[in-house]
Design a protein around this ligand. Structure first.
Ligand code: CDV
Length: 271
């Protein structure tokens, strides 16, 4: 069961406030905590493992945009702290809302990992991470079979006038392209409709290693989007077209770790 990013609160990075105020109102000091214990108890009773996104305050006072994964006994088996934090840390004038993830959260410090739980190799990421191919490739190199993720994507882009249909298009194409290119399943759950009067795209979806969407939210109300999936579909892709051991050429991928931003072209006329 996959819940969205920051599932326990409103998407508070849209509001300008101090970090202390955000901590007081929106961050969890423990997981499970008093309010989340019933969720863990019910999940254990029903034998359902889950992924849950929330704002994490560590004992050292660090703030992360975090997700955890549990097994069928509601034991936390994995934690992911969001790495690709979008947005800004200053106040932007003249927009209906802010996107202050860079103000409220530290960059995740635990990498992109994969856990073997309930007989499946599962990786996690959060929202904007789903748009970055590095996210999935690092998990695919740990033989991930499924990547689960939660997101909050507002329908309006505050940075440039992006047509609303492209918000859904770029969300789905990110899931589909990266599921296919890594031979894994992707299950993505997002908030939808109006949250505090701000519209979120919705579009929760389950995508197969073929790149096909096998289940997708149909409305902007609360929905349970589910599919019975065949993990062996991924095996075929990982053994053939995307057999990494056979076909990858990391000696030609050095720029990926040497450069962060785009730099000058390296092409030269051949001798
Ligand atoms: N919460 C997010 O990470 N949102 C980003 C964008 C839209 C700011 C996203 O990729 O949906």
């Amino acid at each position: 069961m996959v819940f969205p990013e920051l599932a326990l609160t409103t998407f508070f990075p849209r509001y300008w406030m101090t970090e202390d105020e955000a901590v007081d109102r929106f961050f969890e000091r423990s997981m499970p905590g008093p309010e989340t214990k019933p969720l863990f108890s019910l999940a254990a009773e029903l034998k359902i493992g889950f992924y849950l996104g929330y704002a994490e305050l560590t004992p050292e006072g660090r703030r992360f945009n975090t997700a955890i994964m549990t097994d069928e006994n509601a034991k936390i088996v994995g934690r992911y702290r969001k790495i690709h934090l979008p947005g800004h840390s200053h106040h932007i004038e003249g927009t209906p809302f802010q996107h202050l993830e860079k103000k409220f959260f530290d960059v995740g410090n635990e990498g992109f990992n994969v856990w073997e739980t309930q007989g499946v190799r599962m990786g996690m990421c959060l929202c904007n991470d789903r748009r970055w191919s590095e996210t999935y490739r690092v998990m695919a190199l740990q033989s991930a079979e499924i990547v689960v993720l939660g997101y909050n994507t507002p329908s309006m882009n505050i940075h440039w006038p992006e047509p609303i249909h492209l918000r859904m298009f770029s969300h789905l194409i990110s899931l589909q392209g990266n599921a296919y290119g890594n031979g894994l399943w992707v299950a993505a759950a997002g908030k939808c409709g109006s949250e505090d009067g701000f519209h979120m795209i919705g579009g929760s979806a389950i995508v197969s290693p073929t790149g096909e969407i096998v289940a997708q939210a149909q409305t902007e109300e609360d929905e349970l989007v589910f599919a019975n999936i065949d993990l062996s579909i991924g095996e075929a892709f990982r053994e053939h077209v995307f057999n990494f051991a056979k076909h990858r050429r990391p000696e030609h991928y050095k720029l990926i770790v040497e450069r962060t931003g785009a730099g000058p072209p390296l092409g030269k006329a051949p001798d």
